[in-house]
Design a protein around this ligand. Structure first.
Ligand SMILES: [Zn+2]
Length: 336
């Protein structure tokens, strides 16, 4: 992997005065060719460097796509990641990965098991972050899985306390975040989809996030999927991040009504594409969603993005949805 060379922080800021910056949550669909290569690798029929080359080519293609669509804050697309918790667990000390576990229906996944003290021994995502940065002149958002979610989705055989494990994981996520900032990341998103599922532990999630973001020299963002928001709002706003990227469209913009009960004080990355639906939302509908978000959050604090990661959509669906999101945002920008 080639080194992209020194990158100054100033070079990678969003254009000054840009309203409604366009971004995504993190994952893009994996092309068929990459899925096949990963399967061949698992069967021992493809070597690691060949798989790596394909992952690099698809990462570059994903960056090109985002540029061509007109997105402002890019992501690396996560071509090299499988599951969002297992990927980090595989690269940290203290974890082993279980055999296949059945979740709902016929879905199987590998669950991370904590078998010792969790430790960060080397950067996990930094090389890929630098690679992505080397493919574009635009800023790239770094994406990490948050400590609360890592804890909630792992099976603990060592700490015996959800709190101890979450705080230990917060320390390792902090180390990774620091390494990303040193590599030029100005936007760091710490995904915490599990928060909205267990409202009773919101205080622990907030404590853990403090360990990750306090004093971190980057714009901090968290992504939380739809869940029991009424139970954690407005306490949720005490999460120490500057921006929330939230699923709005899948809930028919119900969250925006909730923000009417107590002002939403952060930047909002408004989810204006339902990633669970095959439907390509027309530009007019996406525009309505952006305008609805603008009635709750001023333009100076609004970003535009899909509800969630795009990995469950086909490459064609993801591209068509994003195309309409960009067109709708440009139309709204002209009215501001
Ligand atoms: Zn999500």
């Amino acid at each position: 992997m080639s080194d992209s060379g020194p990158v100054t922080r100033e070079e990678r800021a969003l254009p000054p005065g840009l309203l409604l910056p366009l971004s995504t949550i993190g994952s893009f669909p994996k092309p068929e060719r990459l899925k096949q290569a990963r399967a061949e690798f698992t069967r021992g029929r493809l070597d690691a460097s060949s798989l790596r080359r394909i992952e690099e080519e698809e990462t570059t293609a994903c960056i090109r796509l985002q540029e061509n669509l007109g997105l402002d804050l890019l992501v690396d697309g996560e071509m090299y990641r499988g599951d969002m918790t297992a990927y980090f667990a595989e690269n940290l000390e203290g974890f082993r990965i279980s055999g296949l576990v059945r979740s709902y229906g016929n879905r199987y996944y590998r669950k991370p098991v904590v078998v010792g003290a969790v430790r960060w021994s080397r950067p996990i995502t930094v090389e890929w972050f630098r690679f992505a940065l080397g493919q574009t002149a635009r800023p790239v958002k770094a994406i990490l899985t948050g400590p609360y979610t890592m804890m909630d989705w792992a099976f603990d055989e060592h700490y015996g306390s959800r709190e101890s494990l979450a705080l230990a994981l917060a320390d390792v996520v902090r180390q990774e975040a620091e390494a990303l900032v040193a590599a030029g990341a100005r936007h760091v998103q710490i995904d915490e989809p599990a928060i909205s599922v267990r409202p009773g532990e919101i205080d622990l999630a907030i404590r853990a996030m403090h360990r990750v973001t306090d004093g971190l020299r980057a714009r901090t963002i968290t992504h939380i999927c739809y869940g029991d928001f009424p139970a954690i709002y407005p306490r949720l706003l005490d999460l120490p991040v500057e921006q929330f990227t939230l699923e709005l469209s899948n809930s028919d913009l119900g969250l925006l009504e909730l923000f009417g009960t107590s002002p939403f004080t952060k930047e909002l990355g408004a989810g204006v594409l339902d990633v669970h639906s095959h439907t390509i939302e027309p530009v007019e509908l996406v525009k309505e969603r952006i305008l609805a978000a603008l009635r709750v959050v001023p333009a100076s604090r609004l970003y535009v993005n899909p509800d969630c990661g795009l990995k469950t959509r086909s490459p064609e669906e993801a591209e068509a949805k994003l195309r309409n999101m960009v067109a709708a945002t440009r139309e709204v920008r002209r009215t501001l």
